[in-house]
Every structure is written in C-alpha cells, then in structure tokens.
Design a protein around this ligand. Structure first.
Ligand SMILES: [Zn+2]
Length: 281
C-alpha cells in the first residue's frame, strides 16, 4: 500500500531533473578548458565572449576563460540566412593546484625598476599578437606535439615564485635537453621572434582564426618574423632563457585572446580528425 501518489511524485521529480539538468557531454567544459560543439547545418559562425570561435570540421571550438563562472553559458550560432540560434553549454568549476617554484635570481620575482619599459614593450607586443584574427587555415588538423619531452608543468596552476603569488600558469611545460628541436604544431606565420624578459627567447605563431601559439625559453630561434611554416617545421631549440629553472619548452595556446590548456585543446580538436563519418554522405 506504498502510496502511488508518492511513486508518481518521485517519477515527476526524476523526469523534471532529467529534462532540466541534461546537457550533452560535448556541451560541458571547465574554466580554462575547451569544448567542441557540433554546429547545426548551415551555421556560418559561432560567438561566445563577444568573439567568433574557431571552427574546425563543423564544430565550434569554444575557448573557456580561466576565470569563467561555473554556470550555463550561451554560444550564439548564426546562419547563412541571417538567423541566429543559441546553444547552451555548461561550465563546471575546476580547481587548479598550486605550484611553488624557487628562483635563484630574485630579479625574476620582483623585476628591477629599469626593466619596466622593456616589459611594457613586450607586453604590448604580446597583446598585439593575441589580438590577431587572420583568415582560417584549411588543413589545421592534426595539431602535432611541438617537442618530445616530459610534462613538468600543467596549465592553470596557481604559481608562487619564492613564496610570492604571480599569474597562473598560462601554458604547458615540456622538459627536454637543451638543443632539442621544437617544431610548429600546425601551419602558420611567425609573427614575433624576440628575447623577452620573463619568457626568454620567444616565437609566436599565428595559425589563423585567432589561434596563436607562443613558444618560450628557447635556446636558439631558427625562424624569422613573417616566415611561413608548415606543420612540423623546426622553429628553434629547447633552452632555459628568461625566468626558467631548467631546459624546457613552455607552450601557450590562445584562441581569440583566451589562453586555454594546450593538452586539452589537442585532445579535443584532434578527436575531430576522424569524425568525417558524422557528416552527410
Ligand atoms: Zn611554463
């Protein structure tokens, strides 16, 4: 005589939750992460964060800022005929770990006054690179590893240098011996080659559609500004220039100015490479 009313009520609550909390797995991401949202037929652009997102194989590659709020967000998809459609996606909160680093040269923790002008010029150079929105490159996939090395620093960690908190870690670090070749992860154009205060010898590659790679701490830079790169072309070698505790490559990926986890980006976009069977025949 277990109440049918209770049973109905439970069924109601369950179905309500199912309908209202269901977000397709491809539409769930984390702050600092990236998701691929399959676009409806006829879609031409997909906007989030006031920016058209990178489109690869019929998917919007949505770059989620490190500081994004954990809630539902909207991707605004536009169509050839001028109409729009909102696609919901959910950002779940990711807590990043702390990383404590000891730097012998205190000038890399609290830079001296006389380096202000240099650092401001470098910051402007980087802002300009991140603001680039070049036309899309056709054969962007696959994204290949720029170096063979071991991950020694993951994206997003809260970083402390000699106990003082600084910016979160904006890329991924791969340790490798000095002189190990570094290659272009995808085709693109070299837009910056510069010896930077913190980043050391740096190469910035514009891969089109607001997708930019930054390679830091190089021992030698082997390309020039405006060089056109094919996937796998060598751009320089691993070193330990700038604020670095040993030879490694630091790789930042920015999509429309949003820095995202390169390892997650590779997994997400390379996973689309064999998705041609989803397409209409
Ligand atoms: Zn790094």
């Amino acid at each position: 005589m277990f109440s049918t009313r209770l049973f109905r009520f439970v069924l109601f609550v369950f179905s309500y939750l199912l309908v209202n909390s269901f977000v397709s797995a491809e539409h769930i991401g984390v702050n600092g992460g990236v998701i691929a949202v399959k676009l409806p037929n006829g879609a031409t652009e997909a906007e989030f964060n006031d920016e058209n997102q990178l489109i690869v194989r019929g998917h919007a590659i949505v770059a989620i800022p490190h500081e994004a709020e954990a809630k539902k967000h909207k991707l605004i998809v536009s169509f050839e005929d001028g109409s729009f459609q909102a696609v919901d996606f959910e950002v779940q909160s990711k807590e990043y770990e702390e990383q404590h680093i000891t730097i012998e040269n205190q000038d890399y923790v609290t830079p001296p006054e006389e380096t202000i002008k240099r650092r401001q010029e470098e910051a402007a150079m980087m802002r300009e690179a991140y603001a680039r929105r070049s036309p899309a490159i056709e054969d962007i996939l696959p994204i290949v590893m720029p170096v063979e090395g071991q991950v020694t620093g993951v994206f997003g960690t809260k970083r402390f240098f000699n106990g003082e908190q600084r910016n979160y870690h904006t890329g991924v670090d791969y340790a490798a011996p000095t002189g190990t070749p570094i290659s272009a992860p995808a085709p693109g154009t070299v837009v910056v080659t510069h010896d930077m205060y913190f980043n050391g010898n740096t190469v910035v590659i514009d891969h089109g559609s607001g997708f930019v790679s930054v390679m830091c701490h190089l021992d030698e830079i082997e390309v020039e500004k405006d060089s056109q790169l094919k996937r796998g072309d060598v751009i320089g070698t691993v070193g330990s220039t700038g604020r670095s505790t040993g030879p490694h490559l630091h790789w930042t990926i920015s999509l429309q100015g949003t820095k995202i986890d390169p390892e997650m980006f590779m997994e997400v976009v390379n996973g689309l490479d064999d998705s041609s069977d989803d397409e209409a025949p």
